[in-house]
Ligand binder design. Structure first.
Ligand SMILES: [Zn+2]
Ligand SMILES: [Zn+2]
Length: 195
């Protein structure tokens, strides 16, 4: 799919992004929502508490300006790590914590041409939404299956080893921040113990 530019709210951080085709999604999981709440982006959630993302690969997102402002937040032990522009608290990119599973999703609100992403291809974790969400299981499996295939191909190319997010040893290039218990409970809800 056509490359796009992702820009943080204040314009300091710029990245080029290649979105995966037919992979625009709304995620209702408490972590995606919690990330938006943590960064005071509540108004960008949909009415049911969903965050709009588009799938990509870590190798398809390159920060071209302001990487020194990019930081990483970790809300759970096994879940995605969340890269954001610290200059203005703009959430940017979620990636799988293991370099060997190249999966990423970009926060749509910073992209220059959201319309080019096409319609919403799936709604993930509808059970965690604020209220009832109609979500197709078939769409979920289909989009997820293609993400697995994309990850496998990326590993085959070995390009997953050349991103800005992992060192050559496979460690994060920036130390993930953790939130204290009070803040976690505030943004994730009362059942925020699973870390
Ligand atoms: Zn900024
Ligand atoms: Zn999510």
């Amino acid at each position: 799919m056509q490359q796009q530019t992702w820009t943080c709210d204040c314009g300091t951080v710029n990245a080029t992004v290649r979105p995966a085709r037919k992979s625009r999604l709304v995620c209702y999981c408490k972590y995606c929502r919690g990330t938006m709440l943590h960064f005071d982006k509540e108004n960008d959630l949909d009415g049911k508490g969903g965050a709009e993302l588009v799938m990509t690969l870590p190798e398809w997102v390159t920060v071209t300006q302001g990487f020194e402002q990019v930081k990483v937040l970790r809300l759970s032990k096994r879940g995605a790590v969340r890269w954001y522009a610290s200059c203005c608290n703009s959430p940017m990119l979620n990636i799988h914590p293991s370099r060997n599973f190249p999966y990423g999703s970009v926060v749509v609100r910073g992209l220059d041409d959201p319309d080019a992403l096409g319609p919403i291809a799936m709604r993930a974790f509808p059970d965690q939404a604020y209220s009832n969400v109609r979500a197709s299981r078939i769409a979920f499996y289909w989009v997820t299956m293609r993400a697995f295939a994309r990850a496998a191909l990326a590993r085959f190319r070995a390009a997953h080893k050349q991103t800005q997010y992992f060192t050559s040893e496979g460690q994060f290039t920036k130390t993930p921040e953790r939130l204290d218990d009070a803040r976690r409970t505030q943004i994730l809800g009362l059942d925020a113990k699973d870390r």
